[in-house]
Design a protein around this ligand. Structure first.
Ligand code: ASP
Ligand code: MG
Length: 469
């Protein structure tokens, strides 16, 4: 009987040193029966160092660029010294030496011809994942796991948009072709995340944090049972733990809830990265490599998600809001188009939009272009700008069908001035703007009412469950 595979992706902090590697090896070893395919990021901080070295080379100093990598290359060697036997250590040391040699050549080329740097930058940063996957596969073999390092560039094909390449559909077939025989033979493939190749073979990368995306692409190609994203927190939390000490792990989220949370600033997977999983309806689990026994957060399709009312409270500070008021808007068409075109021309992303009869309010999290935008907006109406605002977003599928929930939420924070309320377009989030100075107070109160039941008074979430049941 052939069981489905499980993708296990480990981020950089899960492989930061020898102890972390050993821990990851133990986690994988205890899951061998699930037919794991392992996806691993570069060791913590190495991608940043590699990118910084490219910038140094662009400035013309190839020598310092290469030297700047020594501490991180030494970290790799230290891990191999602690965890590998003599034979595999020699092989890994040779890989580190050739990484250094090749990167040295690339730094020289970049210093001489800085304009060509993007493809070469991908060639350089790829070494982060090439070395971590080689090292992890070797550590696994030392631990009795039949692991084999597989070059991700043979699996994931992309366009040639270096630095942020988009995967091509043929990745599915090449991933299956490369991995299925290994899995059938009882081996555990170990693949570096983040890296891929363009049609003519050039190395590409999927954008920062792209290893999650790699895991989802590979999981979709193999029709995995589950995609596990192993990180250093326990799943997705009900609120930012720096604000709410009692924040806790959300057991189950729908894809849409997870996307809304990511959009409004929660530390959760980027929606793009779970898209391949959504299309194949594959559950994504966010697990904690420091506490592997905890179930973490399971992200599933809406139908399988527990229909609780409120799942989490996300927020984003440093928001600027812009209000444009024009009597001309009344009954006229073309106003909104003209307004959005201004933002479009200046490539300013808008987060939340609310409208009334004669005014439109918009929120921006990057207001750098405002000095150019405002004079153009003034041609359309009166413009008011408010800085130091924060978006709070209450997220949960149950918001759709729980009468009175918005009233309960706002009565909880009635002392805080709330603006730009937006509810309904996705119906899994209720979003509004407050002053940045009041965000802590608002979130603490909301969290208490939504998640922290006090004696005799059940939390909003539980009550609502009764309502929807
Ligand atoms: N190592 C890459 C980065 O730091 C990819 C990843 O970690 O997901 O962005
Ligand atoms: Mg990462």
């Amino acid at each position: 009987m052939s069981t489905k595979t499980t993708i296990m992706k480990f981020g950089g902090t899960s492989v930061e040193d020898a102890r972390a590697f050993q821990n990851v090896a133990a986690i994988i070893r205890s899951a061998v029966a699930n037919r794991p395919v392992v996806v691993v990021s570069a060791i913590a901080g190495f991608t940043n160092t590699l990118l910084a070295s490219v910038r140094q080379a662009i400035e013309g100093d190839a020598g310092s660029a290469t030297r700047s990598l020594i501490p991180d290359l030494d970290r790799h060697l230290a891990i191999s010294q602690q965890l590998l036997g003599p034979e595999s250590r020699v092989v890994f040391e040779a890989a580190v030496a050739s990484a250094r040699r090749e990167i040295r050549q690339l730094h020289k080329i970049i210093a001489a011809h800085p304009v060509t740097h993007l493809p070469l930058q991908d060639e350089i940063v790829a070494w982060g994942e090439l070395l971590s996957s080689h090292l992890l596969a070797s550590v696994l073999r030392e631990n009795g796991v039949a692991a084999r390092c597989v070059d991700a560039r043979r699996l994931i094909r992309t366009d040639d948009n270096h630095g942020s390449a988009a995967p091509l559909p043929e990745s599915s077939l090449s991933t299956r072709t490369e991995l299925t025989p290994l899995i059938e033979a009882g081996e555990v493939p170990v693949v570096g995340g983040f890296i891929a190749s363009a049609p003519k073979g050039a190395t590409t990368t999927l954008g920062r944090g792209g290893s999650d995306y790699s895991a989802a692409i590979i999981g979709a190609a193999l029709d995995a049972r589950e995609i596990q994203i192993w990180t250093d927190v326990t799943g997705v939390l009900t609120a930012d733990p720096r604000i709410v000490a009692n924040a806790r792990t959300i057991p189950v989220l729908s894809y849409q809830e997870a996307a809304e949370l990511a959009y409004f600033g929660a530390k959760v997977l980027h929606p793009k990265t779970i898209q391949p999983a959504i299309e194949k309806n594959i559950p994504v689990r966010v697990c904690n490599s420091r506490v592997p026994a905890e179930a973490g957060t399971l992200i599933v399709s809406e139908s399988a998600a527990a229909p609780q009312t409120v799942k989490a409270i996300a927020h984003k500070t440093g928001i600027t809001t812009v209000q444009v008021t024009s009597a001309r808007m009344l009954g006229a068409y073309g106003f909104l188009r003209a307004l959005f075109e201004v933002f479009d021309r200046h490539r300013v992303a808008i987060d939340v939009v609310t409208t009334s009869e004669v005014s439109v309010s918009l929120s921006l999290d990057n207001a750098a272009a405002l000095p150019e935008v405002i004079p153009e907006l003034r041609k359309l109406g009166t413009v008011e700008v408010e800085k130091n605002r924060a978006i709070i977003s209450v997220v949960g599928e149950g918001l759709r069908n729980t009468p009175g929930i918005a009233a309960r939420i706002f009565s909880t924070i009635s002392a805080v001035n709330v603006a730009m309320i937006s509810f309904g377009s996705s119906s899994v989030n209720l979003t509004f703007m407050v002053d940045e100075a009041r965000v802590r107070e608002a979130i603490t109160n909301l969290h208490r009412v939504c998640f922290e039941a006090v004696d005799g008074d059940s939390a909003l979430m539980n009550q609502a469950e009764e309502v929807t049941a």
